[in-house]
Design a protein. Structure first.
Length: 269
């Protein structure tokens, strides 16, 4: 195994609160099929939110730019794009409180995974997690995606399992924003960078949150055709080479196996 290059899409369907349906109407009106979302959003009071910084992770582009300068999607683009987003200027250092909040999120994620037995894939499936559309590594819980919780370690929207020579192993959680255009909360300051995807082709998004298929020879059978995902963040339950909140999914096989063996020695799973 040479790493896992795919990035998350989401899975099953459900009924959302009416407020989300209202936001979806705005999403459709502003984006349309195959469009990218506006970079800036307004708060409930109508005031614009602070400008964020953005960095294109895939294809790689090292420089951070103002989010408002993200270029519009190029029709016919051949590559999916991943944008990382942060309120904090590049090279910002977290405060002591932000570092504690980040460490607490990791700790609570470990504890919930152990308490629920999710280090065993069968237990994750028994609790309602199943591989999402077009993915083998991201297991989605429909109920948790469609609730209003954000960064709830007792209800993570996704469990990430990798197939390894040691068997199928839980490697982390993925949390999803609760609205299609919502900003992910950076509880750990600059340590907790969220990201979103702009796909090179249309996916059928149910309620703007969950890709449930692709339009084939016509409109979506379910959902609407969009190319922008909601924002998401990983919490790795092993020593990821790029950090515990790394957006990068692909991990070198040797680094992955070393991290899993170290976790087994230290934690017993």
């Amino acid at each position: 195994m040479q790493g896992v290059p795919e990035e998350p899409r989401t899975g099953p369907a459900g009924i959302l609160p009416s407020v989300r349906c209202g936001l979806l109407a705005v999403l459709v009106a502003t984006m349309g099929a195959g469009a990218a979302a506006p970079a800036r959003q307004a708060t409930e009071s109508g005031e614009p939110q602070p400008e964020r910084y953005a960095r294109r992770m895939t294809p790689p582009e090292g420089d951070w730019i103002p989010e408002s300068e993200i270029p519009p999607e190029t029709p016919g683009a051949l590559l999916d794009i991943i944008w990382e987003l942060s309120l904090y200027p590049p090279d910002s250092e977290p405060t002591a409180g932000q570092r504690r909040a980040a460490e607490d999120l990791i700790r609570r994620s470990y504890e919930s995974a152990e308490r629920n037995g999710w280090f065993e894939e069968a237990n994750g499936r028994a609790d309602g997690y199943a591989p999402m559309y077009d993915s083998l590594t991201h297991y989605v819980n429909e109920e948790y995606v469609l609730d209003d919780a954000v960064l709830d370690t007792e209800r993570p929207e996704f469990l990430m399992y990798y197939s390894t020579p040691l068997g199928t192993k839980l490697v982390g959680y993925m949390f999803l924003a609760d609205e299609p255009l919502a900003r992910g909360p950076q509880t750990g300051g600059p340590l907790t960078v969220w990201h979103h995807h702009v796909f090179s082709r249309d996916y059928c998004f149910l309620e703007g949150l969950i890709p449930v298929g692709e339009p084939r020879n016509g409109p979506c059978a379910r959902g609407i055709a969009l190319r922008r995902s909601p924002e998401m963040i990983h919490v790795w339950l092993l020593d990821h080479p790029e950090g515990r909140f790394a957006s990068q999914m692909s991990i070198d096989r040797g680094a992955l196996m070393s991290a899993l063996e170290r976790r087994l020695d230290e934690r017993g799973y």
